[in-house]
Design a protein around this ligand. Structure first.
Ligand code: GLN
Length: 369
């Protein structure tokens, strides 16, 4: 059995059993209430800079197949669970979660009272943590956590964006509407694979561009839509993407998901702030204020758009989180600009909002629903 310890910046020390790789992971300790979906969550680039903790006590039961990955690698810095299943059974599984973390060089800790840590995060807010495997030196873990930069100061986007532009043609014959298929430029700040899939399967041609792409270069692709992806860290750090939205807002439709929603709001003049402990899970209730409907959504975010700061931006609140009444989506009153804080592409989570969001993308591009 490998020793392991988790140290929090407030001095909390938790010892457990290590799994995955031997080493040290640092970052914000965040919790998700998702029961399953660990393959999707671990490979979601938005978790860069964060140690992921599941509140559900049994993780890894159906093993790892790779079919549900949201990128090629694990991006969460480390994994904290009550129990990580050693002998998973699923006909598509090729390895256990232990093996998966080891292959990817990421440390994990099990035997942890995740409920206590989650209650702590809810009461005292998200904290920096260090997860060390192969050691049980708690003092050192606390020290490492305290000396690690706050997520707000970290340069995370450069670690997840694509290096070169990439063209992905829309699925053959899938575009529903008159004329030839439309073309979207996607600013890749660590995009989840299922966002690409959802646009692709609706027949939209896509050009993925790196985070630092300038408006002039984007214009060269002659896009019909500018799309801003999900991504890690503080949205205020995404200065080039903010400038891209400023350059195209009002000339072509602009849409975004999660980080993209925050970036669009910032570009239009609104403000964002850090939530006390964020929303991460597969059953977050969201209210559509226009349709007066509630639906259940998949979420993963630690920042939010300040509702009061929307005044004068032309944006209005379309969606609210039904639990804490924070902003979950905005639309522009005159222009084709809209974004959501939750994940309509799910993976993992309910698909209730997929058609509403991606159908709207098709509609603003002139397609038939
Ligand atoms: N999933 C995301 O795009 C996350 C956005 C941002 N990093 C946040 O935590 O709020």
């Amino acid at each position: 059995m490998m020793k392991a310890v988790l140290g929090l910046e407030d001095g909390t020390i938790i010892r457990g059993t290590g799994f995955g790789a031997e080493g040290t992971a640092c970052g914000e300790l965040v919790f998700t209430t998702q029961f399953t979906g660990y393959e999707e969550a671990l490979t979601d680039p938005s978790y860069k800079g964060q140690i992921l903790m599941f509140t559900y006590p049994l993780i890894g039961n159906y093993g790892v197949s790779g079919e549900r990955f949201q990128s090629d690698n694990i991006h969460a810095e480390g994994l904290v669970v009550r129990e990580a299943c050693k002998n998973p059974y699923h006909y598509k599984s090729t390895r256990s979660i232990h093996q998966f973390l080891e292959d990817e060089g990421k440390p994990g800790i099990e035997g942890v009272d995740t409920r206590m840590l989650t209650i702590g995060a809810r009461e005292r807010g998200t904290m920096r943590a260090a997860l060390i495997t192969g050691s049980d030196d708690g003092e050192e873990a606390v020290d490492v956590a305290r000396n690690f930069p706050q997520i707000t100061d970290e340069e995370l986007i450069a670690r997840v964006t694509c290096k070169e532009p990439r063209f992905i043609p829309g699925a053959e014959g899938a575009w529903k509407g008159s004329g030839k298929p439309k073309h979207a430029v996607l600013v890749d700040l660590g995009i989840k694979r299922n966002i690409i899939n959802n646009l692709h399967k609706r027949g939209i041609d896509l050009t993925l561009v790196p985070a630092t792409t300038k408006p002039k270069e984007i214009a060269g692709y002659e896009p019909d839509l500018l799309f801003i992806s999900n991504g890690p860290g503080d949205p205020e750090k995404a200065t080039d993407a903010i400038n891209a939205v400023k350059a195209f807002a009002g000339t072509i439709p602009v849409a975004g998901i999660c980080f993209g929603h925050q970036i669009i709001s910032l570009a239009m003049g609104a403000r964002t702030y850090k939530l006390k402990f964020g929303h991460r899970g597969g059953n977050q209730p969201v209210k559509d204020l226009i349709e007066n409907k509630i639906f259940i959504s998949s979420q993963n975010h630690g920042y939010a758009v300040d509702a009061d700061s929307l005044e004068g931006t032309g944006l209005y609140v379309k969606y609210l989180n039904a639990n804490d009444k924070t902003v979950e989506g905005v639309s522009h009153k005159d222009l084709d600009i809209f974004s959501v804080q939750f994940h309509p592409e799910a993976q993992a989570g309910p698909m209730d909002t997929e058609e509403t969001f991606f159908g709207k993308v098709v509609k603003v591009l002139g397609g038939d629903l």
